[in-house]
Design a protein around this ligand. Structure first.
Ligand SMILES: C[S@@+](CC[C@H](N)C(=O)[O-])C[C@H]1O[C@@H](n2cnc3c(N)ncnc32)[C@H](O)[C@@H]1O
Length: 489
């Protein structure tokens, strides 16, 4: 492996990522050091130790490139992820499709980017629950052959069952030790196959990827560069039957500017639809034109500067722990049992406090998965300042400074008196070369701590006292002032 802080600019790495962008449409990695390590791991798996040889082999062996993609994307998924999407299908889309296409119609559903299969199998179970057992066809495709092999094996652990509605899978699982095998009854409804979304090979009659009534393409578009998002949006549109529904993930980019979808703002989130069918969905709250379609939740929050003259912070409400189980998750987190904490909190995602516990636990297990989970939770709970703050910390840890700044400003918009967020903003601004902004942020953090009793724990600081945090902010500010004075001499 090529070492050092400039390794990233080495022409062979640049060429490898160029190839990944060209063949799989991935945007440049948000965390270059993690991507370098991933490239290195894939190279070792290929039995090679020389980077240039590996690059040459990647050019000619598609299987090697697929294997590398596993390192550059997250195959993170679980059963009935984002249950509101399945509620939308059950309550709105399926009855509407049935009415429109008649009781004989075989409903066609596609999980595009299905990873290890939890998503298409959840679709199959939903269809069985709703009585479509004899008139459904579910497809699941992915670019990762390793993930597809896991999907075909259909044997899962607790981790895949951590979602709040995983219990819907229980009737179709049988347990052996710590693993759960999915019954053939569900498996036989799902047709799994390799498909690279970034290639123009679809829609296609040969693969069956065409005329879909429902497409889930969730948490995949986030990896793509803009030209690929545009091309994929067009292809998704062309793959839908008239009146068909497309659902993307909460942190995926908006598609309405790229293809002529109807964008529906529903009680269950944003849904895209290929026009052409009689619009007859009474509970669909609002149909919008592309021009008025909303930006994703993260971008929709207006940014506000921190308060110039901070007020004493209101007592921060204890995180909402109304749901049973949140306290157990917190205790697991406190004793460092990350896996247990993530599992317990993961099933309580409707509680923002539990979502924060899950993110904190995940951060100790898989940083990239934690960032992903945090963005998802923040989109689900747009008023939870803690989630935005955690997102900022995670992004800061990965060196993604502009995104981290955006997240911390959103946290401050929601909770202007959050001293730890001002401190974090100061650190981000200093690292981005804005000493004036950084000084202002540190000063605000100092003032907010100063109005608290010295021994009082500062909210969201993991129990740090007000006097200690004030001293940290002051030290940061005075360091900047000293540096400024030295420069002026
Ligand atoms: C986070 S998982 C999403 C799984 C599932 N859709 C969900 O939301 O739970 C992202 C998946 O996208 C797949 N992927 C990335 N680039 C792809 C491409 N060019 N074509 C098809 N799948 C791709 C990855 O292999 C990975 O399995």
């Amino acid at each position: 492996m090529i070492e050092g802080s400039h390794a990233w600019h080495h022409p062979v790495y640049v060429a490898i990522l160029g190839l990944v962008a060209e063949r799989a449409g991935l945007r440049p990695p948000s965390c270059p050091p993690a991507a370098l390590e991933g490239i290195h791991r894939a190279m070792v798996r290929a039995g090679l130790s020389d980077l240039e040889t590996y690059q040459a082999r990647l050019e000619e062996d598609p299987a090697l490139l697929d294997d590398l993609l596993v390192e550059l994307t997250i195959g993170e998924t679980y059963f009935f992820r984002n249950p509101e999407h399945f509620d939308f299908l059950r309550q709105e889309a399926l009855p509407e499709i049935s009415r429109r296409r008649g009781p004989e119609h075989v409903v066609r559903l596609w999980s595009a980017g299905c990873a290890s299969g939890e998503e298409p199998y959840s679709l199959a179970v939903l269809m069985m629950e709703e009585g479509y057992e004899d008139r459904m066809r579910v497809y699941g495709t992915d670019v990762s052959r390793a993930a597809l092999a896991r999907a075909r094996a259909a044997t899962y652990g607790d981790w895949s069952l951590r979602g709040p509605q995983a219990h819907r899978m229980w009737p179709f699982l049988h347990q052996e030790g710590k693993r759960y095998h999915l019954e053939r009854q569900v498996r036989e409804h799902v047709h799994l196959g390799y498909l690279n979304l970034a290639q123009p090979s679809w829609p296609s009659a040969t693969s069956g990827i065409r005329e879909m009534d429902v497409i889930l393409c969730r948490n995949v578009l986030i990896y793509f560069n803009r030209p690929t998002i545009q091309a994929v949006a067009h292809q998704l549109h062309a793959t839908l039957a008239e009146g068909g529904f497309l659902i993307t993930g909460p942190s995926d980019p908006s598609l309405n500017e790229f293809a002529p979808f109807d964008t529906l703002v529903t009680d269950w989130g944003i849904v895209y639809r290929r026009p052409g069918a009689t619009p007859k969905a009474p509970r669909i709250a609002h149909r919008v034109t592309p021009a008025e379609a909303p930006a994703p939740p993260a971008a929709a929050l207006p940014l506000a500067p921190p308060q110039a003259a901070p007020q004493p912070p209101p007592p921060i409400a204890a995180p909402d722990s109304a749901l049973p189980g949140v306290e157990e998750a917190r205790q697991a987190l406190a004793r460092g049992d990350w896996h247990e904490a993530a599992l317990r909190a993961g099933v309580l995602q409707e509680d923002p406090g539990a979502a924060a516990v899950a993110v904190r636990a995940l951060a100790n297990l898989d940083l990239r998965a934690a960032v992903h989970a945090c963005a998802e939770a923040a989109a689900r709970h747009p008023l939870a300042g803690e989630l935005r703050y955690l997102e900022a910390l995670l992004l800061l840890g990965m060196g993604r400074l502009p995104e981290s700044e955006r997240a911390v400003r959103q946290a401050l918009y929601l909770e202007p008196s959050l001293a730890v967020a001002h401190l974090t903003l100061g650190i981000i601004l200093r690292r981005q070369g804005d000493p004036q902004g950084a000084k202002r942020a540190f000063r605000t953090a100092e003032s907010l701590c100063a109005v608290l009793p010295p021994e009082a724990p500062v909210p969201l600081s993991d129990g740090e006292s007000a006097s200690k945090l004030e001293a940290v902010a002051r030290a940061e500010r005075t360091r900047l002032e000293r540096e400024e004075a030295e420069e002026n001499h």
